[in-house]
Design a protein around this ligand. Structure first.
Ligand SMILES: Cc1cc2nc3c(=O)[nH]c(=O)nc-3n(C[C@H](O)[C@H](O)[C@H](O)COP(=O)(O)OP(=O)(O)OC[C@H]3O[C@@H](n4cnc5c(N)ncnc54)[C@H](O)[C@@H]3O)c2cc1C
Length: 281
């Protein structure tokens, strides 16, 4: 029987959150699929520790310590947080571009942004076959629905892997439009997709993506499913265009920022709890 003392005790000492499961995978391969997009193939026994799911935007959180820390995966995150917070690995989010159950492998496509800036971009650039990397996940939330009549997918370079994965699962008779913003024309890819899905690249300033979206005919919302994931400021503008101005019902839209200009991911994630980081009003 539960006593008042038990209840008090529970209220004073809430159960500690269980540590997130870490999958430790080995770097098996590295392919430059465009000048600024690097595919890493990661696999091994740790594959079974991944939460495999069917979302086409499934993502993992890579745990990337400073190489000078001397840490080896898996990491005791609770102990590091308590005793050596300065050694905590950075967490960086990447889409699982492809799951290969048979060979226990995943592909992640990493944008090599900036000039060696970015812990994850640098890690990917320098990764060598045999290196180990720990990760949590996978999470995910979007999948093209079979009953969808028309798709609208809007993304930038960071969302290109999720868009490519989504297009590959669509029915052959699916229709729709894909808008992808890139800084550089030479990073365009051939994307396998249904014949009825048009692909438009928007090259140059990010504002051009918002302008292109503004010019779309978005009056018929029936059977429409939208995926919209770009840089934070641009995401806010696109939310205005798609949901506020065009009136697309919110449940039909998957929308969130994938990164934020001038913010490392740690700050970008932390700001989601502050007004500047919120996409919704
Ligand atoms: C669900 C989800 C899935 C994602 N999937 C992918 C994916 O498959 N591939 C991928 O490359 N990215 C993906 N991203 C974005 C990626 O997590 C961020 O770009 C992340 O900040 C990269 O970490 P970093 O250590 O290289 O740079 P950080 O250390 O986080 O940032 C350093 C600087 O680089 C800038 N920066 C960060 N990302 C970019 C960028 N893409 N372009 C230009 N400047 C940038 C920042 O504003 C900051 O000034 C995803 C994000 C989310 C939320």
């Amino acid at each position: 029987m539960q006593t008042a003392t038990d209840q008090t005790h529970r209220a004073e000492a809430p159960a500690k959150r269980p540590a997130k499961q870490q999958a430790v995978l080995e770097v098996l391969g590295k392919t430059r699929i465009s000048p600024r997009l690097l595919r890493l193939t990661l696999g091994g026994e740790g594959y079974s520790a991944l939460n495999r799911n069917e979302s086409t935007d499934a993502y993992v959180k890579l745990l990337l310590p400073d190489p000078a820390s001397g840490l080896h995966p898996p990491y005791d995150m609770d102990s590091l947080r308590e005793h050596s917070p300065e050694l905590m690995p950075a967490r960086r989010t990447y889409t699982v571009r492809r799951w290969d159950d048979e060979n226990q492998r995943i592909d992640v496509d990493v944008v090599l942004h900036g000039d060696g800036e970015g812990i994850a971009a640098r890690w990917a650039d320098e990764a060598q076959p045999g290196d180990l990397v720990a990760m949590n996940g996978a999470g995910g939330g979007y999948t093209p629905l079979p009953e969808t009549r028309r798709h609208l997918l809007i993304g930038d370079h960071a969302a290109l892997p999720a868009i490519a994965a989504a297009l590959e699962t669509m029915a052959a008779d699916a229709t729709g439009l894909v808008l992808v913003h890139l800084d550089h024309e030479e990073d365009r890819l051939e994307l396998e997709r249904p014949a009825g899905v048009e692909l438009r690249w928007v090259i140059g300033p990010r504002e051009a993506l918002v302008q292109t979206a503004r010019e779309l005919e978005l009056t018929d919302h029936e059977g429409l499913q939208v995926f919209c994931h770009v840089e934070r400021g641009t995401t806010k503008q696109l939310r205005q265009v798609l949901i506020k101005d065009a009136g697309i019902p919110r449940p039909q839209v998957s929308i969130s920022a994938y990164w934020a200009l001038g913010r490392v991911e740690d700050q970008f994630q932390a700001e989601k709890r502050e007004p500047i980081g919120k996409i919704e009003d």
